[in-house]
Design a protein around this ligand. Structure first.
Ligand code: NAD
Ligand code: WQD
Length: 336
């Protein structure tokens, strides 16, 4: 059985479907801080497997001990945490507590229960301003926001733990920009409030929840002047987790790897692809640059391919089509 923390969230729920489809049974622990219980039945229906759920906070050691007791947990996938870069600058205590304390308590509970394998949700934000592109895993690390510092802090903790305990193995996966949804449109990204990220904002404009998209900056040093990112389909990201899990369960050692496609797409290219796929128009206007934004970044995705035998197979148009399947069928997101 695999323990999935934060398994009702955006990335966790899609990964839970892929894990079930691979025949794994799951124990999900989530405190519902940024997700809805309606996700559970939908991911059970899509995955067709066994999913137990415990509503608990990963900082609650007694709750983790109780959840693991009597169950044979082979490995943990740790998605639980807070993820908004801007909010982390305004509320550092909450970010350090959820992301660092949460992981520390989880690792202590795992050690006590004799569980020695962890897949961790890291982030490309650990690299900071690019010294060169694409970012390889050897690129210098310069986390700037409190959020990025928590991700790098956990990576360092995992390195120290693996050095101290030969049984412990981890996969730290540095995600680029996951977007899209399960192709059924039954589960997808459902941010609370006004989305801070480009793609959920775009799909909410397309469905009529928001009036118009603001493109942040048009004079970057990129082919069309707008920001370039490495968007990765959430189901490719889910498959990458399955590959990383197999790597750990087969005792092939610890790994820190990018999960991206290796290709950059600009804001205007993404809007154009979405319009092409859906036949809709997305009203947009240009605004000033967003504070702290980097012009362009994308992954060198070769390590994951070499070491995990995984590479992204879905393209930008798949991401647009599947996100629209979700947003158009669920204009207001999940029910309460
Ligand atoms: P999400 O907010 O949708 O999912 C996180 C889940 O964890 C939610 O269901 C939330 O309720 C739960 N959670 C939060 N704090 C918790 C706690 N203390 N105890 C128990 N549950 C808790 O976010 P997501 O987009 O699915 O991201 C998952 C992970 O991936 C996060 O760690 C995030 O930092 C990381 N990540 C995300 C992105 C991205 O673009 N979405 C990119 C890089 C890394
Ligand atoms: C993408 C592009 C914006 C909104 C962040 C985190 C990263 C990861 C994913 C957690 C940029 C432009 C955006 C809008 C726009 N999360 N944009 N109008 O900033 O690359 O990454 O989320 O780990 O760590 O830093 O993603 O989707 O916010 O922005 O023009 O309304 O879209 O300027 O070029 P970002 P994003």
């Amino acid at each position: 059985m695999i323990l999935v923390t934060g398994g009702l969230g955006y990335l966790g729920s899609h990964t839970c479907v892929a894990l079930q489809r691979a025949g794994l049974s799951l124990l999900v622990v989530d405190n519902l801080a940024n997700s809805r219980i309606a996700v559970l039945e939908r991911m059970r229906a899509l995955g067709g497997g066994e999913v137990e759920f415990v509503q608990a906070d990963v900082r609650d050691r007694a709750a983790l001990d109780a959840a693991m007791r009597g169950r044979r947990i082979e490995a943990v996938m740790h998605f639980a945490g807070l993820k908004a870069v801007g909010e982390s600058v305004a509320r550092p205590l909450e970010y350090y507590d959820n992301n660092l304390t949460g992981t520390l308590v989880l690792l202590q509970a795992m050690a006590a229960a004799g569980v020695h394998a962890l897949v961790f949700s890291s982030s490309a934000t650990v690299y900071g301003e690019p010294a060169f592109l694409p970012y390889t895993e050897e690129h210098p690390l310069n986390p700037v926001s409190p959020y990025a510092v928590t991700k790098r802090g956990v990576e360092r903790l995992l390195e120290d733990l693996a050095a101290a305990d030969a049984r412990f193995r981890y996969a730290a996966l540095r995600y680029f920009n996951p977007i899209g949804a399960h192709p059924s449109g039954r589960i997808g990204e459902d941010p609370r409030g006004i989305p801070g990220n480009l793609f959920p904002y775009l799909t909410q404009v397309a469905v009529g929840r928001l009036d118009q998209l603001t493109v942040h900056g048009r004079e970057y040093d990129t082919p069309d002047g707008t920001g370039v990112r490495d968007y990765i389909h959430v189901m490719d990201l889910a498959d990458g987790h399955l590959a990383a899990l197999r790597h750990l369960l087969e005792a092939r050692g610890s790994i820190t790897a990018n999960l991206g496609t290796g290709r950059g797409t600009s804001v205007l290219e993404l809007i154009a692809a979405f319009e092409r796929v859906t036949g809709l128009r997305v009203p947009h206007a240009f605004g000033p640059r967003r504070d702290g934004d980097i012009a362009s970044y994308y992954a060198d995705a070769r390590l994951a391919e070499r070491a995990l035998g995984w590479r992204a197979s879905r393209g930008i148009e798949d991401m647009c089509r599947d996100a629209w399947a979700w947003q158009s069928a669920n204009p207001s997101g999940y029910p309460d």
